[in-house]
Write a protein that binds this ligand. Structure first.
Ligand code: AHR
Length: 329
């Protein structure tokens, strides 16, 4: 009888305080992995999708405590954020670097503090590769080469191979891997095609507003162009607005071929409608990849030093609404 009374008392306590069940207690006591994430900024739709992916993957539900910092496209802000993460003694630092250079000092400080650093999206150029543990992101040079192969094929189909081609190059943030790779692909192609010429290089900094202003001013000088090579979708949106205002036709049935990078939803819709000739994919969904790298480290495994994600490209004939709707960004 006494045993029954004790059993009933335990049942009553568990019913009144469900949070006291052993499983719940264990879960509560399970230590969250503290991650400081220094993000580039919020310059583009791509970046918004990337931030969302990181925040949802590094959530409490998944066992992480995320300290997020938006550097607003300034490397000094990233230095501050990293030093702040070191002060807070986080378990891991995740860095989406604005530019490749300038990281030696601050990452040496992270190393001295014993905090592993994971690089995501763009890469870093450091004197000692041991200053970071692992990198995951895109092959930006391959993206550019994908665009160039498409352009060569299109120009050939149009019977314009070997003829003059005036290219307006709208460039991303100077020194960012995405800029370096995509720019190299274009410059390499210009060197091998005698008729191809870069009419101007405009520093659009990956934003729609900057690109719009620069292209508008460029077109006001009555410049003739055949191609716009725009290093991201948001700069493409700005360029298209400037073309519209200048009354210049573009896209699949127009005078100016539009090449764009990222392949976010709005750009894919414009590609399907023939306003953009090609969207070269740049995949922003790195959150689960970074979470998996941290899990590997937690398990004592050594992750790959570099991981390139698979990507493709889209032109109007390769797209339909179902495909666009099925994509996450
Ligand atoms: O580093 C990736 C690039 O950064 C994307 O192409 C661009 O949209 C973003 O701002």
């Amino acid at each position: 009888m006494k045993k029954l009374r004790v059993f009933l008392a335990i049942c009553l306590i568990m019913a009144l305080f469900p949070g006291c069940s052993p499983e719940r207690e264990a879960a509560r006591e399970e230590k969250l992995i503290r991650v400081g994430f220094s993000q580039v900024g919020s310059e583009s739709d791509w970046r918004a999708a990337n931030t969302q992916s990181m925040i949802s993957a590094l959530s409490e539900k998944n066992g992480f405590e995320l300290i997020y910092d938006n550097a607003r496209q300034r490397q000094e802000n990233q230095f501050l954020a990293i030093r702040n993460f070191i002060q807070q003694d986080v378990d891991y630092i995740v860095l989406a670097p604005i530019a490749e250079s300038g990281w030696d000092d601050v990452l040496s400080e992270a190393r001295s503090a014993g905090i592993p650093v994971i690089i995501v999206d763009r890469q870093i150029a450091v004197s000692d590769e041991d200053l970071y543990t692992s990198w995951v992101g895109s092959d930006f040079l391959a993206e550019g080469q994908r665009a160039i192969r498409w352009l060569e094929g299109t120009i050939q189909q149009q019977g314009r191979l070997g003829k003059p081609l005036n290219i307006l190059h709208i460039q991303g943030t100077d020194g960012a891997t995405a800029q370096i790779g995509r720019t190299k692909a274009l410059n390499d192609a210009v060197r091998t095609h005698p008729g191809w010429k870069v009419a101007a290089v405009l520093p659009g900094e990956y934003t729609e507003a900057k690109s719009y202003e620069l292209v508008r001013d460029f077109l006001a000088e009555d410049q003739q162009i055949d191609v716009i090579y725009s290093e991201n979708d948001n700069m493409t949106f700005g360029a298209i607005r400037a073309l519209e205002e200048a009354g210049i036709s573009y896209g699949a049935d127009g005078d100016v071929i539009i090449i764009s990078f990222d392949a976010v939803h709005d750009a894919l819709e414009m590609c399907l409608n023939g306003k953009i000739n090609i969207c070269v994919e740049c995949n922003p969904l790195h959150g689960p990849r970074v979470a998996a790298l941290i899990r590997q480290l937690e398990n004592g495994e050594t992750p790959a030093k570099q991981t390139y994600v698979d990507e493709t490209f889209f032109s109007p004939g390769l797209l339909n609404e179902d495909l666009i709707g099925s994509r996450e960004y």
